[in-house]
Design a binder for this molecule. Structure first.
Ligand code: PLP
Length: 428
């Protein structure tokens, strides 16, 4: 399988080159040259397959011969080391809980898969790479945990001082080994700017810098796995399935649409956003007009210009009317989100965190248009990661899960920086 740059379709590379580089040299996102649907027999038999078997069928064509089958199967088994339950919340509504992994956010899946691909490509010790990540909270922890101890990979995480929660900071700063944390005197955008500048800096070429966010195909594509698991669990209901993803960079929903292109019967997708509403505005007004991001309580979705939206358009050959048959997008304010967390708890005892609550709101809105359907919203993180919002709203204390407890007692190790020059000298 080859991948082309969405900025220049004649620039093509292998799976390995696309994973190692992250972005094409022209800054375009990589996209697979072909997408072949899976046979009907696969979907007819899906309830009899294991998670590993489903994931292998979903991704094998995209990896091609870059990784031998037994190695790919091992990578998948190590990636899927936790559960993905579709929990009933109310009549016909399910929460796909993606937070049972090591850092309690869905990004564990992509981070674990990508890190193991890089380790395979570095098996002969010849391709030392440095993964740079700017994080507003969740991504950094998943990447730190996913890449811990991976041979040939050094990970450098930049986070804004005082802007991530104590738990999130501990997830970034307490692991040691090949994981280094930089506490930046600034905001998230300052971290992001340093990373972007680093990628363009010729004096850092020898570091083989790559990125571990959903622009990287090895982080994006494995996010299809759990959308297949939704169908495996809900097929027995024999009703159209609507899927709502709380969306920031639109990586999850783009993976869901890719799964549909492989034949997965999801009838409709909803991208639910907070007030960072570039895509809902696009669908309403027809013009794509990104704006600087606004801070909200669902901060992992505070994205003004979602990077994967261009891939979604490519999946529909840029045909807006085809796209709109399958896809809706709605935005919600923080006060609507808070009211929903309370309402869900009072009616059903289900504890949602802000991202999941936004997903729930978009799902309900779409389901009202399709009365015979069932719906799933993604619960993308565990409520404990947003305890400052959830506990006072519900007037309760959340028990601390073991994954979080294990980082609480450890000392934070980090380097404070302020300027790009300081960042660069740290890298050297
Ligand atoms: C990253 C993240 C999102 C947004 O996911 P995208 O794939 O970027 O749309 C939503 N919720 C949580 C908790 C996240 O960490």
């Amino acid at each position: 399988m080859r991948y082309y740059s969405l900025n220049n379709k004649s620039h093509k590379v292998s799976f390995e080159e696309a994973v190692v580089a992250g972005l094409a040299p022209d800054k375009g996102l990589y996209f697979p040259e072909s997408i072949t649907p899976l046979p009907d027999s696969f979907f007819a038999n899906i309830e009899n397959l294991s998670h590993e078997e489903i994931a292998f069928e979903a991704i094998r064509q995209f990896v091609g011969n870059a990784i031998p089958e037994p190695e790919l199967k091992r990578i998948i088994a190590e990636t899927l080391c936790f559960h993905f339950p579709c929990v009933p919340v109310e009549d016909n509504v399910f929460s796909l809980e993606l937070f049972h992994g090591p850092t309690m956010a869905f990004k564990d899946v992509g981070a674990r898969f990508m890190s193991r691909c890089l380790a395979y490509f570095n098996r002969n010790d010849n391709k030392q790479v440095t993964v740079l990540v700017a994080t507003s909270g969740d991504t950094g922890g998943a990447v730190a945990s996913g890449f811990l101890g991976v041979k040939g990979v050094e990970v450098i995480i930049l986070y804004p001082s005082g802007k991530v929660s104590d738990i999130q900071e501990r997830q970034l700063t307490t692991l040691g080994q090949n994981i280094k944390a930089l506490e930046v005197d600034g905001v998230f955008d300052d971290c992001q700017d340093m990373v972007k500048k680093g990628f363009l800096d010729d004096s850092l070429k020898h570091k083989n810098l790559t990125s571990a966010n959903s622009i990287n195909i090895a982080r994006w594509l494995p996010q299809m796995f759990y959308i297949f698991f939704v169908y495996q669990q809900l097929k027995k209901h024999n009703k159209p399935i609507i899927l709502s993803c709380p969306s920031g960079n639109f990586g999850n929903i783009c993976a869901g649409i890719m799964a549909k292109k492989l034949g997965l019967p999801i009838s409709h997708f909803v991208a639910s956003t907070n007030v960072n509403d570039t895509v809902p505005r696009f669908l309403e007004k027809g013009s794509y007009d990104p704006k600087p991001s606004i801070a909200t309580i669902s901060n992992a979705m505070d994205v003004g210009n979602p990077s994967n939206f261009i891939r979604i358009q490519e999946l529909y050959n840029n045909d807006l009317s085809e796209f709109e048959k399958d896809f809706s997008s709605y935005s919600y304010t923080d006060s609507e989100t808070e009211a929903t967390i309370k309402d869900l708890y009072n009616r059903t005892k289900y504890i949602a965190e802000p991202h999941g609550a936004v997903g729930y709101l978009g799902l309900k809105k779409e389901m009202a248009k399709h009365p015979n359907s069932i719906g799933v919203f993604l619960e993308t993180a565990h409520p404990i990661k947003f305890l400052d919002t959830v506990e006072p709203l519900l007037d309760l204390k959340l028990p601390i899960p073991t994954q979080i407890e294990s980082v609480l007692g450890k000392d934070k190790v980090k380097t404070k920086i302020k300027t790009y020059e300081e960042f660069k000298s740290f890298l050297r």
